[in-house]
Ligand binder design. Structure first.
Ligand SMILES: [Mn+2]
Length: 344
C-alpha cells in the first residue's frame, strides 16, 4: 500500500505516547458496530506491538446485531462494561470511531482521552487530546487504522483482517456510500488476508425469534410522507435494531429518506438514512435533536439520542411529534398527507 506521509509521522507521535505505559483502555461506541470493534482491536494490536502496552476494550451498552455478536465471538473478544472498570488501573485512554461528548459513548466526562482516532467530523472537545487523527472523509475508522498497521510493518492476522474488511464493507455499504480511495485500497489489501468463508457466516448471523416480531411491528407502524418513510419501534431491547430497520426501509425504491426511532434505557434513539446527495444526514440530525439531545454521523447516515424526562406515554407522544415535525420540515418541505407503507 502507498502511504500518505501523514500516517508515518503520526505513527511516530503515537509510539511516543504509548511508550513506557503498561495499561490502556480503548473505548468504543456504546453499541459498537463492526467498525468500532475492528478499530479497537487494530489499535490494541498496534499498542501491543509498538510499546508492549496491554489494552482493555470497553463500551457502555450492548452488542445487539446478530452479525456483530458473531464478529465478537470470532475475534474471541472479552469486551468490558465501562461502569464495571476501575479507571485508576489505566495509564492511558483511547477512544475510536467516536469522540468525547458525542453522546454515543460512555467515556467518563472527567477523562480527557490521550488518543482519539475517528472518521466523524472533528468536535471542539477532541482538540484538547494529546493525539488526534480525525479523517472525516474516510469511510471507516478501520481504514485509518490499517494505514497505521501498514506504516508499522504489521500485517493483521486473519481474524483482525476479516474484522477490518467487514468494518469497511459495512460502514460504506460495500463502498456504496461515503467512500474514499483509501477505503478501496484498504479493502483490496484486506481481501487477500481475510477469511472469506467466516465473513459470509458473520453476515448471515443468527437472530432471536423476537427479531421477526420487531421487524413486523416496524413495517406495520411505518408511514410514508412523500419521499420519506418514518417508523417507531417502541421500547427496544437492542438499540442496533433502529439502524438495521432504517437500512432495510431505505431500499424502498420511492424513498430518499428514512427515520427510525425507538426507546432504549430512558432515551429516544433516532436513526437517519438518505440517498440524497445535496443534503447531509448528519446536519439534519442536529436539527432534530437540537437542545434536547446529541447526534452525529456522516453525509448519508446519522444517529442521535434524546434523554427522556420521564417514562410516561404523554412525554413520549410529545417527543415523537416534535421529532417528526423537525424531520419533515427539513427533508419534505411541503406538508404532505401520510400513508401507511404496507396494508395491515
Ligand atoms: Mn465508523
Amino acid at each position: 500500500m502507498v502511504l500518505t506521509p501523514k500516517t508515518e509521522s503520526k505513527l511516530v507521535q503515537l509510539k511516543a505516547i504509548l511508550e513506557g505505559h503498561q495499561a490502556m483502555l480503548i473505548v468504543m461506541q456504546d453499541n459498537p458496530d463492526p467498525d468500532s470493534i475492528a478499530a479497537a482491536v487494530a489499535l490494541r494490536k498496534l499498542a501491543n506491538t509498538l510499546a508492549n502496552t496491554q489494552c482493555s476494550i470497553a463500551h457502555g451498552g450492548t452488542v445487539g446485531r446478530g452479525e456483530n455478536r458473531a464478529l465478537v465471538r470470532y475475534l474471541g473478544l472479552n469486551l468490558r462494561q465501562i461502569d464495571q472498570l476501575d479507571m485508576k488501573q489505566f495509564e492511558l485512554f483511547a477512544i475510536v470511531d467516536t469522540q468525547p461528548g458525542t453522546g454515543n459513548n460512555s467515556l467518563p466526562s472527567e477523562i480527557e482521552p490521550d488518543i482519539v482516532i475517528d472518521h466523524h467530523p472533528c468536535r471542539q472537545q477532541t482538540r484538547h487530546s494529546r493525539f488526534t487523527d480525525i479523517r472525516s472523509k474516510y469511510g471507516a475508522t478501520a481504514t485509518i487504522l490499517l494505514e497505521y498497521l501498514d506504516a508499522a510493518n504489521i500485517t493483521p492476522d486473519v481474524p483482525l483482517a476479516t474484522a477490518m474488511l467487514y468494518a469497511i464493507r459495512s460502514d460504506t455499504q460495500d463502498l456504496g456510500r461515503d467512500t474514499t480511495k483509501a477505503d478501496i485500497k484498504a479493502l483490496t489489501a484486506l481481501y487477500a488476508i481475510a477469511n472469506k468463508r467466516m465473513l459470509s457466516e458473520i453476515q448471515r448471523g443468527k437472530v432471536s425469534r423476537d427479531y421477526f416480531q420487531m421487524m413486523a411491528d416496524a413495517l406495520k407502524n411505518a408511514q410514508v410522507f412523500a419521499n420519506a418513510i418514518v417508523t417507531n419501534l417502541g421500547q427496544i431491547e437492542n438499540p442496533d435494531m433502529i439502524a438495521e430497520v432504517a437500512d432495510i426501509l431505505l431500499r424502498d425504491d420511492q424513498t430518499n429518506w428514512v427515520m427510525v426511532t425507538g426507546y432504549f434505557k430512558h432515551k429516544m434513539m433516532v436513526s437517519l438514512r438518505t440517498y440524497e446527495e445535496n443534503v447531509r444526514a448528519d446536519k439534519i440530525i442536529h436539527g432534530i435533536v437540537a437542545r434536547k439531545g446529541t447526534g452525529g454521523g456522516h453525509p448519508s447516515y446519522a444517529g442521535g439520542q434524546i434523554p427522556l424526562k420521564d417514562n410516561t406515554k404523554r412525554t413520549k407522544d410529545r417527543l415523537e411529534k416534535t421529532v417528526l415535525s423537525r424531520f419533515l420540515k427539513q427533508v419534505v418541505k411541503d406538508s404532505v398527507p401520510k400513508q401507511p407503507l404496507i396494508q395491515k
